[in-house]
Design a protein around this ligand. Sequence first.
Ligand SMILES: [Mg+2]
Length: 279
Amino acid sequence: MHETVKVLVKTLAISMALAAAMPALGQNATRNDRDIENNLLMAMAWKQTAAEFRALYHQGFNIARMRVEIALAQKQDDSLPLAVISDVDETLLLANDYWGYLITQGQDFFDDASWDRWIEENRAVASPGALEVLNFCMSNSVEIFYVTNRDQGEATVQLAIENLNAVGFPLVDTAHLRVLRESSNKELVQQQIREDYEVVALLGDNLNDFARRYYSTDVDQRMSLMEQDKERYGRDYILFPNPTDGHWIRAIFGESEPAATDENRAILRRAATRAAWAP
Ligand SMILES: [Mg+2]
């Protein structure tokens, strides 16, 4: 082989080996490399384009409506009034353009500071089917409680009210909105509501929206706790899809909002290859 060709072949071989090794070169990856391999890409492409993503919201809200209709039909004159308890973000409100923004900024993990700025701009949109089912509840005297663990400091309640009002949800006031800034444990407020209402269903995108016992950093334990409750899903627990945030992320990283570090990118990779064919 001609000497120049040999050099070219060798250079090509080295380039190919480097390209193959790139995922493992987290520490050396440049900003541009990370833009190309942004961890949010597949999840956000799904959220932004898949009819399947939106259909899952309709599916969830159709089940919610069915549960409300059954409860209305079975209600006795002396029974407690009916209520539905719902989480807010990624259950009733979608933040696709926030996550899209992160990707355009070359960010591949949730960023608290920009999230707070985004909330102030009131850009959230109603999830598919949410408005219809909440209006159905209201017109049938079924109360709606909005329970969130958002935290934008003192402004949290006002900002959440503005966001919920902007998309036209009913019964948005301080009596129906419960903000848990200090803890993500929603059970106490659920119990308080149950003292005065028969709760027909809990709506959420995070198992923690239903019960605190799911608040585990062990992936397998979280999975088995969910399996123990399998009869409750689609009945009193109505779950919506969220591949970008939630306590499933806490179970992987040990924290719900992991920092954008190469160490965490390696942890994510290990989670994604938990089972991997190795022929
Ligand atoms: Mg949520």
